[in-house]
Design a protein around this ligand. Structure first.
Ligand SMILES: [Zn+2]
Length: 656
């Protein structure tokens, strides 16, 4: 474990709270210490309030902040005197505790203080750091974890047996810490949970954390349980249809569409293929708060029904004896281990599935290290249930509003690097979808920075490239729910008498044949969409109202429209809807340079401004207008509509 303290950087942080920010970020930067909002830190300061009174304040990490990115406003200032009094109470329910913390914060608008605020307050040091370090978890999640901690640290640390985080833990520490601590105490180990360090300065507390965790790593190293040799595994062979079918079953079990990201890195495949996987993976999480992300245990293999039944049993076993009535979470797995495709991570969003991946990657490290020490042995089912269903988590469920319309759904858009296609990606992402964005332009790979968009270079006239793109898209997001066929070409105006076969075929190939191939290849995936597959075809005003000089384009879009009508008839029984949009005069696309626009306007004897709104409503039609309508056609408003054609053109007298 290497410390990241850098004196040159540290001088830029002046003041006790600023240095608290600096070393909190250093902890957050190392995922083997804390992950995604895990861990917390604090500093105790004496401040003078507006009345001129000196007040002791605990600045403790606010909920919703991540140590890696925390800033000064991320620390909630709470009155120390009140926290210390709370620590003397015999009992305090979690909702009461949250209320007491919130009402003794001294800055309006501060985040809710960490539920470990009282624990931070009772530790008699200015700076306190808390992590869920992998090495610590590996040592303590063993049958004789307490003995091993004593072997490693002697009496340098206070040792606390596992109790539920929150008030009970603070209460136990308030009693145990003074009993075990002495002037040379460096930290405090919470069995099966994590470790605290503390000090008189930010640097001292941070460096003690690094040193303490380093000692656990050295212990694991000496026992041959750290830096294990890289895993080797058989190559994956799951088809995209197998993955999409499994995603469908998981989504049906959850009751809503889910992202299902699969990872076949050697580490995950080798873990999933271990002979003892049924034993080591079914113990429980490495630290209790991971249960919120990963559920208590992963699903082994693909029997979603059996997993859900076991989850319901687990809930029934423990909910009956709970003090408060509990609302069961959906019984679908969040982690899937499969010998063929490796690790599957399930989440309502791509971000959530990514967090599951990060958490489980570290869980694997902890399990393997503990197994190296003689056996991974997690907390009891009851302890994990108590955290998964504690009042505070249940309260959060009630607060969460409705998710966006397409949360957990996956869309594919062609011609996504510019104009209408790019706008469609944005409209779908805004509505919560993950998007596989295809374009022949290689810039597509880097154009969208959000993890919700997978940009892939793809020539849609190549069946091999379509197949590769679908494999990659399904591996990344799990399946396909929505399809927007937008890619098309519009070559310069040629009269039929001068139209070469080659040009005709090229236009048909891109605008028609490629879309047939895309529809054929995605049909089986769309059939598996939990809410029914939805397809939107970007047609053209030229279908109902063609003009001279665009024979190939108009004919290709007309044939595509007819294809969509037949698809509507054939796929209705599969619950797949397909509708066509006919845009016109959308000038913010790649085709319309200023020059072409000026030339077309001149052709009609209009100024460019007049030409742009040359329609019944006298409005300019933008890519975004088309995209928004395309997205809405995938939504519930159009639930009962298929085979329709809708113009988006400001009103065209020839069409009307
Ligand atoms: Zn913790």
């Amino acid at each position: 474990m290497i410390g990241l303290w850098n004196s040159n950087d540290a001088v830029r942080y002046s003041g006790a709270l600023a240095l608290r920010v600096y070393t909190s970020q250093l902890l957050g930067r190392d995922p083997s210490l804390v992950l995604h909002g895990g861990g917390n830190t604090s500093v105790k300061l004496r401040e003078v309030n507006v009345l001129g009174e000196a007040v002791d304040i605990l600045y403790v990490k606010g909920s919703g902040w991540d140590l890696a990115t925390i800033l000064e406003p991320g620390f909630a200032p709470v009155r120390m005197d009140h926290l210390l009094k709370l620590a003397t109470l015999e009992s305090l329910s979690d909702p009461q505790m949250v209320s007491e913390l919130a009402t003794h914060v001294v800055r309006a608008g501060a985040p809710a203080p960490s539920v470990e605020a009282i624990l931070h307050a009772i530790l008699p040091y200015p700076y306190v750091d808390h992590t869920h370090a992998d090495a610590l978890l590996a040592v303590t999640n063993t049958a004789d974890g307490a003995r091993r901690i004593r072997d490693i640290y002697g009496d340098d640390v206070v040792l606390i047996p596992y109790v539920m985080p929150g008030f009970d833990l603070a209460r136990l520490c308030a009693r145990e810490f003074p009993r075990q601590a002495h002037p040379r105490t460096l930290g405090m180990v919470l069995l099966n949970h994590g470790i605290f360090s503390f000090g008189s300065s930010a640097r001292e507390s941070y460096e003690r954390m690094i040193a303490l965790v380093g000692r656990a790593e050295v212990y694991l190293e000496r026992n041959g349980a750290w830096h294990l040799p890289p895993a080797r595994a058989a190559a994956p062979a799951a088809s995209r249809h197998d993955i999409a079918r499994l995603r469908r079953e998981i989504s049906a079990c959850a009751g809503f569409p889910m992202i299902f990201a699969t990872h076949h890195d050697a580490k995950f495949l080798a873990f999933a293929q271990r002979g003892d996987i049924a034993q080591i993976s079914q113990q429980g999480p490495a630290t209790p708060d991971h249960v919120i992300r990963t559920k208590r245990v992963p699903m082994l293999g693909r029997d979603v029904g059996a997993y859900a039944a076991a989850y319901c049993d687990y809930f029934a076993r423990h909910a009956a004896s709970a003090k408060q009535p509990k609302v069961m979470l959906d019984p679908a797995p969040r982690v899937v281990l499969d010998a063929v495709f490796g690790l599957g991570c399930v989440g309502r969003t791509v971000k959530d599935a990514g967090i599951v991946r990060d958490v489980y990657a570290h869980t694997i490290d902890v399990i393997l290290a503990a197994t190296g020490l003689g056996g991974y042995c997690a907390l009891s089912e009851q302890d994990i249930f108590d955290v998964e269903y504690w009042d505070l988590e249940q309260a959060k469920l009630k607060k969460t509003g409705a998710p966006p319309a397409f949360a957990g759904e996956v869309a594919l858009v062609t011609g996504a690097a510019s104009g209408i296609g790019k706008a469609c990606v944005e409209s779908l992402v805004t509505r919560g979808a993950a998007v596989i964005a295809l374009d022949i332009n290689a810039d597509i790979a880097t154009m969208f920075s959000a993890p919700d968009v997978l940009g892939l270079r793809c020539d849609v006239t190549s069946p091999a490239q379509i197949s590769r793109a679908l494999d990659c898209g399904v591996c990344t997001f799990g399946g396909l729910d929505l399809l927007v066929l937008n890619a098309g070409i519009f070559p310069g105006g040629k009269r039929v008498a001068a139209l070469a076969d080659e040009e005709w075929r090229r236009v048909m190939q891109v605008n028609l044949d490629a879309n047939l191939a895309l529809l054929r290849e995605t049909h089986a995936l769309l059939k598996l969409a939990l809410r029914g597959g939805r397809v939107v075809i970007i047609g053209s005003k030229n279908v109902p109202a063609p003009g001279p000089g665009a024979a190939a384009y108009s004919a290709s879009k007309a044939a595509l429209t007819q294809l969509a009508r037949v698809v509507a008839l054939e796929w209705g029984a599969d619950g797949i809807r397909i509708n066509t949009l006919h845009p016109n005069a959308v000038f913010d696309t790649g085709i319309w340079s200023d020059e072409v626009l000026a030339q077309r306007a001149r052709h009609y004897g209009l100024s460019v401004a007049e030409y742009k709104i040359n329609n019944v409503l006298k409005v300019e039609v933008f890519s975004r207008d088309v995209a928004e309508l395309a997205a809405e056609m995938c939504g519930s408003l159009f639930d009962k509509t298929t085979g329709a054609q809708v113009p988006v053109d400001g009103g065209n007298d020839r069409v009307i």
